[in-house]
Structures are given as C-alpha cells and as structure tokens.
Ligand binder design. Structure first.
Ligand code: BTN
Length: 324
C-alpha cells in the first residue's frame, strides 16, 4: 500500500469510531478532495469498509486483518522493537531483506514482516511454508554485545518471549521444543531461525526469524507437513488478528532481551525449563557427530540441552531432536 493511503488509514484509525473530514485529510496531506476520494476507493478495494457521510467525512467501519505499519503501530507498546518497521506484501524471505538492511545500518529492534514469503527459509537448509495472509513471517534485527559462542542462547531467549506472548494472547498450551520450535499438543506452530554475522569474539548483528502459523486450515497444508504442524486458529477454533499478536510478540521479545543483556542467560533459564515440553521425556537427537538417546533433564548454564544417557549427563550444544 502506498504511503499516502497508509497516512489516510492512520488518520481514520486514530479517530476510532469518529469521522475524519475530507477537508482535514486533503489539508494535512496536500491532496485534492478528488484524490482523497480515489484513495478511499482504493482502501475499499483492499477490504476496508469505510462509511462516507456528507459534512462529517469518513469513518472506518471494518478493518481486514492486514500486516501494515499503521495496524501494528496502534497496538505497539515497545521502546524500540518494531518501532522501525518494514511491512511487505510479498517477498522471497524476510531474512534476506533483514540481512541487507542490517548491513546498511538498520538499528537494533528493526523488523521486517511480510504477508507472504515465496522462498521462506527454515533451519538446516529447509524451506518454510509461508502462504499469504495467514501467518506472521517476521525477521528482527538484534545487535547484542556477545561473542558468537553465546549466540544459540538468542534462540532460546526468543522461544521464551514468543511462547509467553502466544500463551498470553491465545491461552493455548504452547510448549517449547529444544532448540527452536514451539508446539501445541505436539504439533509445530512456530519455528525460529537465528542467523548471525560476526567474528569469534563479537556478533555484528543477528537476524532472528520467526514464523508463526496463525490462521491456517488443517486441510491447507502440503501433504509432507500434514499431521506435524498446526496453527493457532486450528487449535483454538477461531481466527486471530495478526497485528495485536505481532505487537505482543515484540513486547515480550524486547522485555526478555533486555533482561538477558542485563543478567545473562540465567534470566531465561528457569522460564525456558518451565515452558519446555520435553523435560523428563526420552528423546533422540542428531548432530554432525551422530545420534544420542537419553532423557532430557534441562539446560546447563550455557543453554546446552542436558541429556541423561547411559554414559551419564551429556550437554548437547547443537542438534535436532529426531524422536521424542
Ligand atoms: C524452522 O526451521 O523451524 C525455522 C523457521 C523460520 C521461519 C521464519 S519465517 C520469517 C523468517 N523468514 C524466513 O525466511 N524464515 C524465517
């Protein structure tokens, strides 16, 4: 949506149930009354229901669930996360856009969110199914003053922040599966991908990508994903508006990130364990050096998963859970 149209929308949102006069819009934005009318017509074509009344002006009656800066801004209560924001209709991957933007100097907390990704990236070179209008496909730029070795903690921190926001907004039983998935009733509802640029002793920036399946029908999944994934709407039996969810996620992410920077990983540790769906359960993990089975016992102080195996308690720093 063009900038002028977004500004008109912002003026109507600000008025709530009230009217904004055509005269005020044309004066503030330097437009003719005919131009204002054309923009209103365009907003209607995009699904906004707008009442027009002579002498009163325009009033927003219905807002479709669109990912737009104005829609997100009116729910946002963060200090910096999401305050600098790019919203896109369609993009290959929000990660790619965020990397480019970070290289150009985007500030910490800048976010890229898209309605649709045509080449969404998952972990381990996999793709991420990101259909239009039905999920939150978001990349957040962070500039933490930490060495690269501590970077996996960012993913654990993000899982806690996003889980908190989703539980708060939906009351669904969201659980964390180490290292980067959020599940509801054992099906994946969110994936987190942290990508880094830096040197050994310093992260230049991190792009924290999160994909949340919000309003996706059980039937709509590609065959290879059916049965393994779910969405908030499928679990709750109702649709969710995405802008309040995005604002809640950004708020929780900002809060836990600030705490993490102040206090270190101990600020995340206990809550991660409380939200974890795997502790006490037998799991099998796979990484570059092979497969290990054991009972998941918790995290160590660095964020590695502690597996109780036949050889004793082993910390797993990087792997994928393949069973459990
Ligand atoms: C996973 O494999 O579980 C991680 C999935 C991460 C998907 C998100 S969607 C927004 C961002 N852009 C991408 O291309 N990937 C991440």
């Amino acid at each position: 949506m063009g900038g002028t149209r977004q500004q008109i929308l912002a003026m109507m949102i600000e008025k709530g149930d009230g009217y904004v006069s055509g005269e005020e819009i044309s004066r503030k934005l330097g437009l003719s009354r005919t131009a204002v009318w054309k923009h209103i017509e365009e907003l209607r074509r995009e699904g906004y229901q707008i009442e027009a009344r002579q002498r009163s002006g325009y009033r927003l009656v219905f807002r479709p669930d669109r990912i737009l800066q104005e829609e997100i801004a009116c729910h946002l209560s963060t200090r910096s996360f999401g305050r600098v924001l790019r919203t896109l209709k369609t993009v290959d991957s929000t990660q790619k856009v965020a990397h480019q933007w970070a290289r150009e100097g985007a500030p910490e907390g800048a976010a890229v969110i898209a309605e649709e990704q045509t080449a969404g990236r998952g972990r381990l070179g996999r793709s991420w199914h990101s259909p239009p209008g039905s999920g939150i496909w978001m990349s957040l730029i962070l500039r933490p003053p930490i060495p690269i070795a501590r970077a996996p903690q960012l993913t654990l921190m993000a899982s806690v922040g996003i889980a908190r926001a989703l539980i708060d907004m939906t009351h669904l039983p969201v659980r964390i599966k180490w290292p980067n998935d959020l599940l509801i009733r054992d099906k994946k509802v969110c994936g987190i991908l942290t990508e880094l640029r830096g040197e050994q002793d310093r992260v230049h920036y991190a792009v924290l990508g999160a994909g949340i399946n919000v309003n996706i029908d059980g039937e709509a999944w590609p065959p290879d994903l059916k049965g393994k994934v779910t969405s908030l709407s499928a679990e709750a039996g109702r649709a969710f508006r995405r802008s309040p969810l995005i604002a809640a996620m950004l708020k929780e992410l900002e809060a836990i990130y600030e705490k993490y920077l102040e206090q270190g990983f101990s600020a995340v540790h206990k809550e991660w364990e409380r939200l974890s769906g795997i502790l006490g359960r037998p799991v099998k993990v796979r990484n570059a050096s092979g497969e290990v089975s054991g009972i998941a016992r918790g995290l160590n102080g660095d964020g590695a998963l502690l597996l109780d195996t036949e050889e004793g308690l082993i910390p797993i720093y990087s792997a994928e859970i393949i069973e459990g």
